[in-house]
Design a protein around this ligand. Structure first.
Ligand code: SPV
Ligand code: MG
Length: 431
């Protein structure tokens, strides 16, 4: 009997999957690989049911002879092991980022004469409705809120990008790249105080009030499903902070990061060029504890951000604070630096990890941007935040366009670098 292999990356079995299995059965015994959680989140979406449930679902399909785990998005390893005669898939993988997967399959099968079968991809109203329902489920507060903790457990490092509007939210949600045969995308979103303020033409000094910041979150949530980390600045007065925690938690935000500064907050990347005051350990611990006491779920995280390196207070101070904040209840530590050399960040991470193996570490490599995600992960970092790059790339592009229109007294000269009108009209999906 010939062997036919296919891989499923889904939480729901619909007619498209059943069609595929039906076709596959015509060629031989059907083996289905179920993509692991880790692989699934790199591929297209966060699972809404457990891996075991997904396996069970597939096992229950008539005509499936065997179910195996597929740990990687690319099939080559699995194909080397089971050597199927055929690999069958919907023909939607012939273009877009999924083409890399098909190419990888073609390469692996060519080694022993296996054959790829592309069947017409089933996409109709019913399938679309199922797809939409999964997406809607992922956007619900109770699913979205806990996803950050789940990702920390699943990913070597949680890749987070700044968003400050529905549009930037869509970029974070939908951007998928194929690079060296691997698919990749961002895991989470950061509502930066710098970029949220900048988008409103305001300085980053806690001037944009919480009601407005919540409005930004809402705009982002409307069009995305990925988890949100909120930049809470200093957290403000303890009496106000507890309300902020309640609201964010109810909205479905996963974490707030608060920094140990007091008084008029300025952006950390100014360092000691402007006057900034670090909070006392005692008072900041009180704030963390008050926040932890008020939250209602186990999902929400309060992450303490240490400004000791920014304010040149030294490594010992940073470490002392980290341990104190963890003791006060912090669910994570963010360590910040504005040096271009990542050495002090790495020293902090190594020394903190020597004592504490568990508490997640967050870093924001805006200045020390030569370091890779893999290197950070090796030093125990769990979350990397690209905190301002979308804003910094958009502003010069827009400014240049404005300048050129003024210069040429028409828009023709700028057109070649603009998104085509047809594309901007269809950029946003309608319900
Ligand atoms: C932000 O993005 O607003 C931050 C990170 O707080 S930083 O600008 O580096 O301080
Ligand atoms: Mg900020």
């Amino acid at each position: 009997m010939k062997k036919v292999y296919t891989c499923f990356c889904t939480d729901v079995i619909h007619e498209g999957h059943l069609n595929l299995i039906h076709e596959a059965k015509k060629y031989g015994d059907v083996i289905v690989g179920v993509l692991s959680d880790q692989a699934m989140i790199r591929f297209n979406r966060f699972p809404t049911v457990t891996f075991e449930e997904r396996v069970e679902m597939v096992r229950n399909i008539e005509d499936v002879s065997e179910v195996i785990v597929q740990n990687e998005i690319l099939y080559d390893q699995v194909l080397h092991e089971i050597r199927p005669d055929y690999v069958i898939h919907g023909d939607n993988w012939k273009k877009g980022p999924m083409k890399a997967i098909r190419d990888n399959v073609v390469g692996a099968l060519a080694e022993y004469g296996g054959i790829v079968i592309d069947v017409p991809y089933t996409y109709n109203e019913n399938v679309k409705r199922i797809d939409d329902r999964i997406k809607e489920k992922l956007a619900m507060p109770e699913y979205r809120r806990r996803r950050l903790r789940q990702l920390i457990g699943l990913c070597p490092i949680v890749k987070t990008i700044e968003v400050h509007s529905g549009l930037t939210g869509l970029i974070a949600e939908k951007t998928v790249v194929e690079n060296n045969g691997e698919l990749d995308q961002f895991d989470a979103m950061w509502i930066s105080s710098l970029c949220d303020s900048t988008a409103k033409g305001k300085p980053d000094i806690e001037l944009v009030d919480m009601t407005s910041r919540f409005r930004t979150i809402d705009d982002v949530m409307e069009v995305t499903t990925k988890p949100i980390i909120f930049d809470g600045d200093t957290g403000g007065l303890i009496e106000h902070f507890v309300y902020t925690v309640r609201t964010l938690e109810r909205m479905g935000v996963s974490a707030i990061i608060i920094e140990d500064k007091t008084g008029l907050k300025k952006n950390s990347l100014f360092g000691t060029e402007v006057e900034q005051t670090q909070d006392t350990i005692e008072h900041f611990c009180e704030k963390i504890t008050a926040g932890k006491k008020i939250q209602l779920t186990d999902d929400f995280m309060i992450i303490a951000r240490i400004e000791s390196l920014i304010l040149e207070q030294g490594m010992e101070d940073a470490l002392q604070r980290a341990h104190a904040y963890v003791k006060a209840g912090a669910d994570g530590i963010m360590i910040h630096s504005r040096k271009t050399d990542p050495a002090e960040i790495l020293e902090f991470c190594d020394r903190f990890r020597a004592v504490n193996k568990e508490i997640p570490i967050v870093v924001v490599p805006s200045s020390f941007n030569s370091i890779t995600e893999a290197e950070l992960a090796e030093h125990g970092v769990n979350i990397v935040i690209y905190a301002n790059q979308l804003t910094r790339s958009a502003f010069p592009a827009m400014e240049q366009t404005a300048k050129d229109i003024l210069k040429y007294h028409r828009a023709q000269e700028v057109d070649s670098r603009l998104m085509p009108i047809k594309q901007i009209l269809t950029l946003i999906d309608e319900l």
